[in-house]
Design a protein around this ligand. Sequence first.
Ligand code: HEC
Ligand code: HEC
Ligand code: HEC
Ligand code: HEC
Ligand code: HEC
Length: 254
Amino acid sequence: MIHAYLKAVLGLVVLPAMSLAGAWAANSCIDCHSDPNYFVQDRKLHDYYQDWIKSPHKEAGLTCDFCHSGDPAAAGKEAAHNTILKVTDPESRLFFKNLPETCGSCHPDKLAQFKLSKHFKALMEDRTAPSCTTCHSAMRPRPDYRDIVKQSCHTCHFDDNPQALPLVADRADEFLHRLNIGKVYLAWVTMYYEEQSWPGETREEVGAITSKYNDAVARVHRFDLATMDESSAEILAELEGMFKTAWDERPTRD
Ligand code: HEC
Ligand code: HEC
Ligand code: HEC
Ligand code: HEC
Ligand code: HEC
């Protein structure tokens, strides 16, 4: 049932894209790494670039050097790579202890929540724990790599060790799924009622569910799983209801 609606929604939602295209007019990282020859010569290199080019970060003008350092004004590889630090170097912006701050410099609210979690504490104590890129990947930050997330939770929270919270992986998988779908409904409903100039109480209703959704996302970032199952299910049910109402009421256009 849900899938028929979802298909309709996906067909209609056109998410706004920020664009500063051209901001890297003279950026040797982009010029060189975009070389299509890497598809054959170095497939992994090619794939990293393809991840970035499809990411919202590319849309926002966030170039390679921001995260990796290096000199984008230098033409040759050696010179451009000169100041790229290994991720194992504690000075690297991508060093595991620095990564949350690097991402958080532009996403401070997510960082603030993450800092409240035991995972963050574990990272700072040099223990292994997930970080921003566990769920969002490094180069193409999307929150919907459910399988990858689930796998990654399993690496530490596994079945043979009841002390290690073995169920969190499945639960994370379920609520991530609900939030992914819920997000699409929310975008559609918001767009639809805005187009209709917010009839009746719709502005308040959409505002209320948006806060609930944002609150759930905040809780994801502090790993407050105890409350996620119920709240993500409630949010999805409510959004699905709102979507169906709007969809059935929508004026037909010729
Ligand atoms: C003239 C081509 C060229 C330029 C310019 C260039 N790169 Fe590279 N880059 C490569 C190649 C080829 C590799 C594959 C590994 C190698 O050959 O060193 C690579 C590898 C990398 C890697 C993987 C880690 C490593 O060191 O192997 C990163 C990260 C990277 N480049 C980032 C950058 C950034 C950031 C810039 C701009 C400041 C940049 N590159 C500029 C060609 C280039
Ligand atoms: C928002 C930050 C960010 C941006 C922007 C970014 N990267 Fe990355 N990149 C990462 C992270 C994080 C990793 C994973 C590092 C690790 O190995 O833990 C990574 C990994 C890589 C790797 C693989 C490194 C290796 O050692 O195998 C390459 C190659 C790479 N990036 C190239 C680029 C290029 C080229 C660009 C620009 C087109 C770019 N990156 C833009 C964050 C970023
Ligand atoms: C220099 C600023 C900057 C940095 C650093 C940065 N981002 Fe972003 N990020 C943005 C902008 C701008 C957007 C697009 C607008 C938005 O969704 O907020 C974005 C979007 C996102 C999204 C939303 C993707 C979507 O599909 O809606 C995620 C997830 C994300 N970033 C994760 C990360 C992670 C993980 C890192 C660190 C590896 C990071 N960001 C580093 C600026 C940044
Ligand atoms: C346990 C997995 C997980 C981790 C770890 C995680 N996130 Fe998220 N993130 C999510 C989920 C789930 C969403 C919401 C789903 C969506 O937006 O589609 C999200 C949404 C986002 C967004 C989209 C903006 C929005 O409000 O919709 C940004 C930006 C973001 N996260 C940044 C970060 C940063 C920065 C870190 C590290 C400090 C981080 N995330 C760690 C799962 C995670
Ligand atoms: C690399 C190891 C590692 C990975 C991967 C990992 N965790 Fe954890 N997790 C930990 C550690 C360490 C703790 C903290 C244990 C402690 O200090 O009590 C923890 C604690 C937790 C807790 C309890 C938090 C609390 O406040 O009591 C939850 C829930 C949790 N993890 C969920 C997840 C989820 C969901 C994922 C997948 C996105 C995940 N973990 C991936 C290492 C990991």
